[in-house]
Design a protein around this ligand. Structure first.
Ligand code: DOR
Length: 431
């Protein structure tokens, strides 16, 4: 079956130019057949007039919550949310119940995603059994089952010797290790960045709890030759350490979230757990450093750390509510509006950081639209402006600090392997 997207404008990822084209795809093979004008007939045509065609976005940090926490999110709702955000591929984190520490759990997620998922789903497997930080999982078996990387996200691996052993084994398999950097002897039970914690009367979580562990793991990666991916960077010293590591040739990549790019602890207005996230929102100077690192490529990619929780859980207040914010349905319009429109980042740079670079870092196909490549395409209406409205989310989670923000650049069509998984042509309408 052949599908054609008609009337779009293709973004050149090098020079930023836009060219009016149609795109013909083979929906059975899942590949792009032709790009241009006056293409052969298709079985099905989709009007994308006015939209810009981009390679499907890739988010390497998503909590799908299934199995175990289906009241927060499921593979079906999380991938529908991802499709609405313009994502064709996501990596899901293993802090489920049971955690993805056995091959059979990874296989189960893959099967479930193939049956009910709208986007491609790449599970990460746990580094340690039960994410307990005491003994390593069977990395080869997890990889065999389909894990694309290893992570104990949600928790740092406290034992440096165990992390060294993990990196040695991961390096032998060429599997990336994605770290949640948090030294618990420094973080303790901290909730917010120290100044905000003082202001609001909760426990502080100092930035050193993150940067100290990043320093340790950079040194271990250099020693072992492991591929190290650093999740959700939030503080200035962490950006400096990653810059230093890259200059030394350490195999390190890093991600930054939209909330650490666009918000500081100053945004936290009273005892409202919608602002509670781990790592916490940091100082304005830290935010600026993250932004600088994102602009100069030290922080390779944007990732959402989409972390849905129920409204009841988030109503417990800053001290007691779980950490986390949703983000997958709003990241593109937020970063387009706040980074590209004011001229901080070019449009191609943003697309590279949301598609090309995550594909390269994790060895995924995609990241570019080309004949013969995967038909993973996102169409975005740059002029479509609409405030962020959590009531419209496909995600079960409504926990966004960006509710009401007016943003432009909403995805209107997402194609995954030639299949249309989001189609929203109605201004203001729900697809
Ligand atoms: O805020 C967060 N929420 N940070 C994490 O590292 C874990 C995540 C979650 O699982 O809710």
């Amino acid at each position: 079956m052949r599908r054609k997207l008609v009337g779009g404008r293709l973004l050149d990822l090098v020079d930023g130019s836009l060219t009016a084209v149609d795109v013909l795809v083979d929906a059975d093979a899942g590949t792009v057949l032709a790009i241009g004008r006056e293409l052969p007939e298709a079985d099905e045509q989709h009007d994308v007039r006015g939209a810009v065609l981009l390679p499907g976005f890739i988010d390497v940090h998503v909590h799908l919550r299934e199995p175990g926490f289906e009241h927060k999110e499921t593979i079906a709702t999380g991938t529908a949310a991802a499709a609405a955000g313009g994502f064709s591929q996501i990596a899901c984190m293993p802090n489920t119940n049971p955690p993805l520490d056995e091959a059979e759990h990874v296989e189960w997620v893959r099967r479930q995603a193939a049956a009910s998922g709208r986007t491609r789903v790449w599970p990460m497997g746990c580094i340690t059994r039960g994410q307990q930080g005491r003994s390593l999982t069977d990395f080869a078996a997890l990889r065999e089952a389909g894990a694309i990387a290893l992570s104990d996200d949600g928790k740092g691996v406290q034992d440096g010797g165990l992390m060294r052993e993990a990196m040695l084994r991961a390096a032998a398999l060429d599997l990336p290790i994605a770290i949640h950097a948090e030294d618990e002897t420094l973080a303790r039970t901290g909730v917010l960045n120290p100044p905000a914690a003082r202001r609001l009367g909760v426990e502080p979580q100092p930035g050193e709890s993150e940067s100290a562990m990043i320093a340790r793991d950079i040194l271990l990666a250099e020693q072992t030759g492991a591929r190290l991916h650093i999740c959700h960077v939030s503080v200035e010293p962490a950006v400096a350490l990653i810059r230093w590591a890259k200059a030394r040739g350490v195999r390190v990549t890093a991600e930054v979230t939209p909330h650490h790019l666009l918000l500081s602890e100053d945004a936290i207005d009273g005892d409202d757990a919608v602002y509670k996230v781990n790592p916490p929102l940091r100082s304005e100077a830290d935010r600026q450093a993250c932004l600088e690192g994102f602009l100069d490529g030290t922080l390779d990619m944007a990732a959402t750390d989409h972390a849905p929780h129920s409204s009841e859980e988030k109503a417990a207040g800053l001290a007691a509510a779980p950490f986390g914010m949703v983000g997958i349905e709003t990241i593109f319009p937020l970063l387009y509006t706040h980074l590209v429109v004011p001229g901080l980042l070019t449009f191609p740079q943003l697309v590279q950081r949301m598609s090309t670079r995550p594909a390269a870092a994790f060895g995924l196909s995609g990241g570019v639209i080309r004949v013969g490549g995967p038909a993973d395409i996102t169409a975005v209406q740059l002029e479509r402006e609409r405030p962020i409205d959590p009531a419209r989310f496909y995600s079960k989670g409504r926990n966004t600090p960006f509710a009401g923000w007016p943003v432009t650049g909403w995805p209107v069509l997402t194609m995954v392997g030639g299949r249309i998984v989001l189609c929203d042509r109605e201004e203001g309408g729900r697809p």
